[in-house]
Design a protein around this ligand. Sequence first.
Ligand code: S3P
Length: 171
Amino acid sequence: MNNPILIGFMGAGKTTVGQELAKELNQPFCDLDHAIEEHLGQSIPSYFEAQGETAFREVEKERLAAHLSTENVLATGGGTACQKANQMLLIEDERPVIWLSASDETTIANLSGEDWAKRPILADKTPRDVSNLKASREDAYRQTADIVINVDQKSSKAIAQEIISYLQSNQ
Ligand code: S3P
């Protein structure tokens, strides 16, 4: 079975579900944001502040390509699948691409407090701005994914099980 790649907006639970999924599948897990931070030797917010988003997207693209050649369960960042070049890489990859989709309510609730502050894309954004940004990215997620899983009111365990059922029925 090919290990899946998780895409979706910030706060959809890509990292938590990815970890759960990797545990259930007994496979290694990689969080792309974490891999980028290790590669840069600094946090994403501080890199954004020093170099800006365009530079971040270049590093993200390069790290995505590097990690697609591994067999990890991979959780991408919220903007990864929205960059054309990344979208092509993800579509061409044989592995199943799973879009974790959350309602605006779930997204805002999951991004409250510290989680909001540590994401540079959310700096100075109101909840309405976040809904608009999320809406503007949904076509890209839809075009890139093999399947969409709605995550509202589901535990990460339940979401991981839903993904595993999908993977088993598509072997
Ligand atoms: C981003 C989402 C973040 C991270 C970076 C940019 C985005 O990942 O890659 O801050 O553009 O949506 P998470 O979705 O894991 O927060």
